[in-house]
Design a protein around this ligand. Structure first.
Ligand SMILES: CC(C)(COP(=O)(O)OP(=O)(O)OC[C@H]1O[C@@H](n2cnc3c(N)ncnc32)[C@H](O)[C@@H]1OP(=O)(O)O)[C@@H](O)C(=O)NCCC(=O)NCCS
Length: 227
C-alpha cells in the first residue's frame, strides 16, 4: 500500500471511532469525510484523507463558511496553515494522529490516594480516576475510548484529561492503561487517537507513535450578511 493509501486507511479508521465515542454522524465521500457535529460554533467538520496540498486548497475554498471546521493531515504544516489562513480559517495548535498496538500497553496501578473506575455503554468505555477520600467532586482524571472497526479491532481514545492540580502524578497513564486494557480484553488490537502537544508527550511515553501531523482550523472569515 502507498504511504497515502495507508494514511487514508488509518484516518478512516480513526474517524470511525471518534464519531462513535462522541456520537456524531459521519459520511465518507471520496477524499473527505463530512462529520455532522451540530454545535452552533462547529456545525460540520470536514476531515481530509490525503496530504495533497492542491486538494486542501480547493477544499479550504469550498467548505469556508460559518461554523465550518477543516481537519487535514499534512507533510508541510506551514504551507497548509498559510492556505487555511488565506481562505479565512483560524489555525489551531498542531495535533498528531498516533497509533499503537494494544498488546503490551503499560497499565499502571493508580498511585496512593487515587482509585480508578471503568464504566461505559456498548462500545464506548469511560475511565475515571478519583481521589480515594470520598469527596464527591474528587474527579482527578478522565478519558473515553470507542471500540470500532468491522471486527471491533480498533480502540480510539478521546478526551483524555487530568485536572491541572493532579498532573504529572501518573494519572493520565492510569487512564490510558485502564481504557486500553479493557479494549484489548474485548478483542481490540490497535489503538488510534489524535493528540494535542501535551497529549503527544504522554502517549509517546506510553509507546505510541506519530502517523502524521494534523492541521485543525475553523472558519472565522466575514460571513455574507445576506445569508
Ligand atoms: C496530557 C495530560 C492528559 C497528561 O496527564 P498526566 O496525568 O499529567 O500524565 P502522566 O502523569 O501520566 O504523565 C506520564 C508521563 O508522560 C509524559 N508527560 C505527560 N505530560 C507531559 C507534559 N506536559 N510535558 C512533558 N511530558 C509529559 C512524562 O514523561 C510523564 O512522566 P513524568 O511526569 O515522570 O515525566 C494532561 O496534561 C492534560 O490533561 N492536558 C490537557 C488536555 C490534553 O491535552 N489532553 C490530551 C488530549 S489528546
Amino acid at each position: 500500500m502507498t504511504q497515502d493509501g495507508r494514511l487514508r486507511e488509518v484516518l478512516l479508521r480513526w474517524q470511525a471511532g471518534w464519531v462513535t465515542v462522541r456520537d456524531y454522524r459521519s459520511a465518507p465521500d471520496g477524499d473527505t469525510v463530512a462529520v455532522r457535529i451540530g454545535l452552533p460554533d462547529r456545525f460540520v467538520e470536514t476531515i481530509v484523507l490525503s496530504t495533497d496540498p492542491e486538494l486542501y486548497a480547493g477544499l479550504a475554498d469550498r467548505v469556508a463558511g460559518p461554523s465550518r471546521w477543516l481537519t487535514a493531515p499534512t507533510t508541510d504544516p506551514e504551507r497548509t496553515a498559510a492556505t487555511a489562513t488565506a481562505a479565512g480559517f483560524t489555525v489551531h495548535d498542531p495535533e498528531w494522529l498516533m497509533s499503537r498496538p494494544l498488546a503490551g500497553h503499560p497499565a499502571p496501578e493508580p498511585p496512593a490516594g487515587y482509585d480508578v473506575a471503568l464504566s461505559g455503554r456498548d462500545s464506548v468505555l469511560v475511565a475515571e480516576v478519583v481521589t480515594d477520600d470520598g469527596v464527591a467532586d474528587g474527579l482527578a482524571a478522565k478519558g473515553h475510548l470507542a471500540i470500532s472497526g468491522d471486527a471491533g479491532q480498533d480502540a480510539v481514545a478521546d478526551r483524555i484529561f487530568t485536572l491541572p492540580r493532579h498532573r504529572r502524578r501518573g494519572l493520565g497513564s492510569v487512564v490510558m492503561g485502564a481504557l486500553t486494557a479493557a479494549a484489548a480484553q474485548r478483542g481490540a488490537r490497535t489503538g488510534l487517537l489524535v493528540a494535542s502537544g501535551e497529549g503527544r508527550r504522554l502517549y509517546e511515553r506510553l509507546g505510541w507513535r506519530v502517523e502524521t501531523e494534523m492541521v485543525v482550523a475553523h472558519w472565522t472569515g466575514d460571513a455574507d450578511p445576506l445569508e
